[in-house]
Design a protein around this ligand. Structure first.
Ligand code: SF4
Ligand code: SF4
Length: 292
């Protein structure tokens, strides 16, 4: 089995409080945190128990900040060192310490780091990025594309090494009110920005979700993606593999990067190649060459 897993456990808290964040406003109890930890441990154990011929790529897409929780750092260390794992990536605000990455198999690790200018000084965020680079960890960096962040985005681009991809997430409700000049600015920073400005008509189109990539919840519920609520199976069911098959999209639209990159018609696999989960265009960091 060769499969990409987008794991999202019950965690739903964050040490930042971005006003534009639709989740992570919850303060968890100890019992809730323990539930998240146990669910993650079960997920890691399940992967470790697969045959070595299976190959998994994992992207953690938490509803909050996971890397400030030691059990996520431990899970990533374990997973990157498993023979069944090609790669582990995680979405993070990069506020955690970075010493733990030294215990990872670095060619199997990647970070998807987002800069939130209202919650962290640029200088501190850039220092973390440079530390990652110096430690030999692959990562992409992104910012939510509000025009009010322009000066910060410009300065961030200048501060980051040229081989670090800086993506911009389009704020779709605000796009109609943005000037051509503002849109051109974002496209200059992120050559792939225009891909993120659409609600793609995806209904009936071939998509890898449910076949080559699935969404996994803390209790093992498997959905084809994070955007279609219908469950297609459970990871911990011994017959789990039976639920994997090619399916046309059943949603009218797909607008999020972690979804539409799997739409066959967009051919984004040609741009991202094996860096598709961590959002790193292939030409900037040829991931498979790292693995030898
Ligand atoms: S850092 Fe991310 S998860 Fe945390 S509040 Fe901001 S957008 Fe939400
Ligand atoms: S196109 Fe988007 S919404 Fe449809 S199945 Fe693929 S990832 Fe899910």
């Amino acid at each position: 089995m060769k499969l990409q897993l987008l794991y999202r456990g019950p965690l739903s808290s964050c040490n930042y409080g971005c006003q534009y964040c639709p989740f992570a406003k919850h303060k968890e109890s100890r019992a809730e945190l323990l539930k998240d930890r146990r669910a993650l441990e079960r997920f890691v154990r399940w992967i470790g128990e697969r045959p070595a011929s299976d190959q998994f790529s994992v992207l953690f897409t938490p509803w909050g900040e996971a890397l400030i929780r030691p059990w996520y750092q431990e899970a990533i260390i374990t997973l990157t060192n498993l023979p069944q794992v090609q790669k582990v990536a995680i979405q993070t605000n990069l506020s955690c310490g970075l010493g733990w990455v030294e215990q990872c198999s670095k060619p199997h690790l990647a970070l998807w780091a987002t800069f939130h200018p209202e919650w962290v000084q640029r200088k501190a965020f850039v220092a973390k990025c440079l530390e990652l680079d110096q430690r030999g960890v692959r990562f992409s960096v992104g910012v939510v594309g509000f025009p009010r962040f322009r000066a910060e985005i410009d300065a961030l681009r200048q501060a980051l090494p040229s081989h670090v991809y800086l993506w911009i997430n389009a704020v779709k409700p605000e796009l109609p009110t943005m000037s051509e000049e503002e849109l051109a600015f974002f496209a200059t920073i992120d050559p792939l920005f225009r891909y993120n400005t659409h609600h793609y008509d995806s209904y009936g189109l071939p998509c890898g979700a449910g076949f080559t990539v699935v969404s996994v919840a803390g209790d093992g519920t498997v959905r084809r993606c994070h955007f279609i609520p219908e469950a297609i199976g459970n990871l911990y069911d011994p017959e789990f593999k039976q639920c994997l098959r090619a399916r046309p999209c059943s949603s009218q639209h797909c607008h999020c990067h972690i979804g539409y990159v799997h739409l066959a018609s967009l051919k984004l696999n040609e741009i991202f190649g094996p860096g598709i989960l961590e959002r790193i265009p292939y030409h900037l960091s040829p991931y498979d060459q790292l693995l030898g």
